[in-house]
Write a protein that binds this ligand. Structure first.
Ligand code: PEP
Ligand code: MN
Length: 259
């Protein structure tokens, strides 16, 4: 990791705990507004929701795209929540920046170096997800690409890696959190939703991520998970998300964190 100059030199200040929640995809005005209002009432400050979706099959729902960005703008104006949404292509950076407070680089794009370079030229915070099969070194080099162009606002995200295990969608590599913290002061959050793909594992893995030193969590929440157009098996309903907040509270307190 000898060339990781900027990642190693980065002098961060300790960020607040980033608790980001919301649906996998923006599906309709009613859906995103209902979820946003619920999250706001729970004290959440960051709403996630994909307008452009990187789907394995080209026949799966691809997101509402431009219309999705309009709905995110609307919900941001109505609730004051900050928006986290994915940018998949350099040509969409301006469009996504018009509605997003944090631009997400998805796991499938962690190696998209032209996207990383262009995002490095913006001033927006970047949520950089670890690639599906990226080593920690490759993950940090992706951050180095963004830093090298001048953007220092990066939040790393451990979202699970592909292993031989099939009982979970991915293997959430929590050891990456303290390991990365020993190399850089860049904040790192965990995504137990994509990291496990299993609803019942999200609360315990959230607690474990906080105990491992995570600077935040990103959690998929839906008003009606059974009908979700993407990632329904891992989306928490309102009651389940309320339970998550209650269950992680002592872990946050123990680690002097609050959102
Ligand atoms: C997502 O956040 O909905 C997503 C597609 O995540 P990832 O890129 O980690 O698979
Ligand atoms: Mn998802």
């Amino acid at each position: 990791m000898k060339d990781l100059k900027l990642v190693k030199q980065y002098k961060g200040n300790t960020p607040n705990f980033f608790l980001i929640a919301g649906p996998c995809s923006v599906e309709s005005e009613e859906q995103i507004l209902e979820i946003a209002k619920f999250l706001k009432q729970k004290g959440i400050k960051y709403l996630r929701g994909g307008a452009f979706k990187p789907r394995t099959s080209p026949y799966s729902f691809q997101g509402l795209q431009e219309q999705g960005t309009e709905l995110l703008k609307k919900v941001k104006n109505q609730t004051g929540l900050k928006i986290v949404t994915e940018v998949m292509d350099t040509k969409d950076i301006d469009l996504i920046s018009s509605c997003a407070d944090i631009l997400q680089v998805g796991a499938r794009n962690m190696h998209n170096f032209s996207l990383l370079k262009e995002l490095g030229k913006t001033k927006k915070p970047i949520l950089l997800k670890r690639g599906l099969a990226a080593t920690i070194e490759e993950f940090l080099y992706a951050a180095e690409y963004i830093l090298k162009e001048g953007n220092q606002n990066i939040i790393l995200c451990e979202r699970g890696i592909r292993t031989f295990e099939t009982s979970t969608r991915n293997t959430l590599d929590l050891s990456a959190i303290p390991l990365i913290k020993s190399i850089t002061k860049l904040p790192i959050i965990a995504d137990p939703s994509h990291g496990t793909g299993v609803k019942n594992l999200i609360i315990p893995m959230s607690k474990a991520a906080i105990a491992a030193g995570a600077d935040g969590l990103i959690i998929e929440v839906h008003n009606n998970p059974q009908e979700a157009l993407s990632d329904k098996d891992q989306s928490l309903n309102f009651q389940e998300f309320s339970l998550l907040l209650k269950e992680i509270d002592p872990y946050l307190k123990l680690n002097n964190k609050n959102f």
